[in-house]
Each structure stands twice: as structure tokens, then as C-alpha cells.
Design a protein around this ligand. Structure first.
Ligand code: C2E
Ligand code: MG
Ligand code: MG
Ligand code: MG
Length: 278
């Protein structure tokens, strides 16, 4: 009886846990509705090259909640990953992104643009992932070499042979790969050597204090040197100021993404920053 009371205590007198479980369950069931009703949209943040010209964009998902307004992926992606709902959401994201690529391919002003899409580990590990992406490319007519899949280091905790095999199958069709948030996760140099990557994306935490923290500056230089020796592109994310842009350029990092170059916005606006850059 004392034991039962103890259990009840945990259940009823831990309001924080109770609240977060309730909130999470609510979020999960709301996500279920959102997926059915397609309450999602993609925003596109420009990625720029040597002269600040827009080379493409990263697709970033938002949840257009009927009551709460736009909800950040930082809130619902972790829930969708743990419930498996990321599989349905991820399919919608990839299809929408491919359709956007096709729309750009048909517009003379946008025809050269590339698109980066975030893919969760759980999504990539799904046995049908490769065949689904290949089918999607066929069905939509999106140019595979304009599509970059952004993976994170969380993928490396599982079977590396399987990961490499899947990446190679998609690369054979022309799909490109970028390693997102690089420097914050589990990569080792042997991973980098084995994976058929095209790009490293320097995590924004290193860019943020690049000018004030010598350690961050050293990390940025090291990632650039690594990219050079492994023949990988290096893109900096989270570039907010002209000083950060210039410091990165001085280190040889010309591929950049961040509020300085443009905020995530509607697809039609990705070229906007180009004429009068902030
Ligand atoms: P991420 O892939 O690293 O995306 C970069 C994040 O940094 C985006 O946040 C972007 O809006 C933000 N950002 C861009 N420029 C700047 C800047 O100059 N300063 C600062 N402080 N932030 C900047 P967002 O859109 O909230 O996305 C957060 C994360 O959610 C993404 O990080 C990605 O991991 C995940 N995510 C977004 N869309 C998707 C998706 O379609 N599928 C999956 N699986 N994950 C997604
Ligand atoms: Mg990303
Ligand atoms: Mg990132
Ligand atoms: Mg990030």
C-alpha cells in the first residue's frame, strides 16, 4: 500500500512532469491533425556564393497552426521524430521541395537555383527512403543534382555501411549531400573520409562568436582546411553581420547563409536580396 501511494505521489505530485507529458501528448495529437490537413509550409532561405549572388536556398518547414500561428520546427520536429510522424512530414517536405525545384526550373530567372532539404536520421534510416526519393524525382521531374539533402551527425551512431550504401544509391542519381550543424555532433575524421559528402555546413554557433572568440575562429579555420583537403564545399550558416561575412571570406569561405543574406521567406522572394544586399 505504501508502495502504491509512492507511485501515486510520483504521478500526482510532479506537476512539471505531468504538465510536460500532457503538453507533449496534446502536441502529438495536434500534429496528427496537422498532417492530415497539411497545415505546413516551407520557407526558403537564400544561400549565396562568392559575389553574394543567390545560388539556391534551404527549405525550412513551419507549422501554420490554426490558433497559435506559425510554429517553429524546433518545437515540433523533435516530437515528430520521437513519434515517427517525421516520416509523413518528411515525405511532404521532400515532395513540396521537389515541386518548388520544378517551378524554379521552369522560370528563367530561377532556373539555376539549388535547394537544400533537411532530413532527419529516422527518416533516412527508413528502409524505403532511397526508393521513395528516386520515385519522387521521377514523378516530379526535379533535377537530382539541384537537390541537396542535409544530414546531421546523429546518423552516424547507427550502421555506417548501411548509411554509406544509401547515400551512394542516391548519389548515383546525382543527389548531393551536406553535413548540417557540423562540429556539434559525433563525426570523426574516419566518418568524413568514408561518407560520400559534397558539403560541410559550419554550425551557426561557431559563426556567432567568430569575431570575439579565438576558439571559434580556430574551429572555423580548421573546418575550412578539412573541407579543402577532403575536397568538400564548406558553407557557413548563421551569418548575421557584414563583419562575419568578411571574416569568413578572408578565411576562404564564400558559401554563406544567414539573416545578412536573407531571412527564410516565400519561394518568390529568394532572389530579392541580390540587388540591394543588406
Ligand atoms: P538547420 O537546418 O540548422 O537550419 C538553420 C536554422 O537557423 C533555421 O532555423 C534558420 O531559420 C536559422 N537561421 C538562419 N540564418 C540565421 C541567422 O543568421 N541567425 C540565426 N540566429 N539563425 C539563423 P529554423 O527554420 O527554426 O529551423 C531549425 C531547425 O529545424 C533546422 O536547423 C533543422 O534542424 C530543423 N528543420 C527545419 N526544417 C526541417 C525539415 O523540413 N525537416 C527536418 N527534419 N528538420 C527541419
Ligand atoms: Mg539545415
Ligand atoms: Mg544547421
Ligand atoms: Mg541547426
Amino acid at each position: 500500500e505504501a508502495k502504491a501511494a509512492g507511485r501515486n505521489q510520483i504521478k500526482f505530485f510532479d506537476p512539471v512532469m505531468q504538465d510536460s507529458l500532457t503538453a507533449r501528448a496534446a502536441l502529438e495529437s495536434e500534429l496528427h491533425v496537422a498532417l492530415k490537413q497539411e497545415q505546413f509550409l516551407l520557407l526558403y532561405q537564400p544561400q549565396t556564393g562568392r559575389d553574394g549572388q543567390v545560388l539556391g536556398a534551404e527549405a525550412l518547414v513551419r507549422w501554420r497552426h490554426p490558433q497559435e500561428g506559425l510554429i517553429s520546427p524546433a518545437v515540433f520536429i523533435p516530437v515528430a521524430e520521437s513519434t515517427g510522424q517525421i516520416l509523413t512530414l518528411g515525405r511532404w517536405v521532400l515532395r513540396t521541395a521537389c515541386e518548388q525545384l520544378v517551378a524554379w526550373q521552369r522560370s528563367p530567372a530561377h532556373a539555376g537555383l539549388a535547394l537544400s532539404v533537411n532530413v532527419s536520421a529516422r527518416q533516412f534510416h527508413h528502409p524505403d527512403f532511397v526508393s521513395e526519393v528516386l520515385t519522387l524525382l521521377d514523378e516530379t521531374g526535379a533535377a537530382p543534382d539541384r537537390l541537396t539533402l542535409e544530414l546531421t551527425e546523429s546518423l552516424f551512431i547507427d550502421d555506417l555501411d548501411n548509411l554509406v550504401g544509401k547515400m551512394k544509391a542516391l548519389k548515383a542519381r546525382g543527389v548531393r549531400f551536406s553535413l548540417d550543424d557540423f562540429g556539434t555532433g559525433y563525426s570523426s575524421l574516419s566518418h568524413l573520409k568514408r561518407l560520400p559528402l559534397d558539403q560541410l555546413k559550419i554550425d551557426q554557433s561557431f559563426v556567432r562568436d567568430l569575431l570575439v572568440d579565438p576558439n571559434d575562429a580556430a574551429i572555423v579555420r580548421t573546418i575550412l582546411a578539412l573541407g579543402k583537403s577532403l575536397d568538400l564545399e564548406v558553407m557557413a550558416e548563421g551569418v548575421e553581420t557584414a563583419q562575419q561575412r568578411e571574416a569568413l571570406v578572408a578565411h576562404g569561405c564564400h558559401l554563406q547563409q544567414g539573416y545578412l543574406h536573407g531571412y527564410p521567406g516565400p519561394a518568390d522572394a529568394v532572389l530579392e536580396g541580390q540587388a540591394g544586399r543588406r
